[in-house]
Design a protein around this ligand. Sequence first.
Ligand SMILES: [Zn+2]
Length: 102
Amino acid sequence: MIKKNERHVIAFSTKTQLEILDDGYKWRKYGKKTVKSNTNYLRNYYKCSIRGCEVKKRVERDGHDSSNLITTYEGKHNHEINSSIIYNHVEADSEFELNSQR
Ligand SMILES: [Zn+2]
């Protein structure tokens, strides 16, 4: 599921047991909220930790299928990726792979 609009909102769902997908950016948690339709799960809010960058991320479980994690990004980063660890892109239903660097 991918949707996009003029406010640069991108949402996608991934089958994973992880609570947070490492996308290479550093995030600071700034809030959480109980989801009305699904009180078993919290919706967590994150903000990019780079000063001056206004990108926000929202992470929640799919109320219909709790094995799906829904991640929503809002905004565009105004800087390069800031992690030295490069993770392979994670596709739904594929195995989580990462390049281990020694
Ligand atoms: Zn950023």
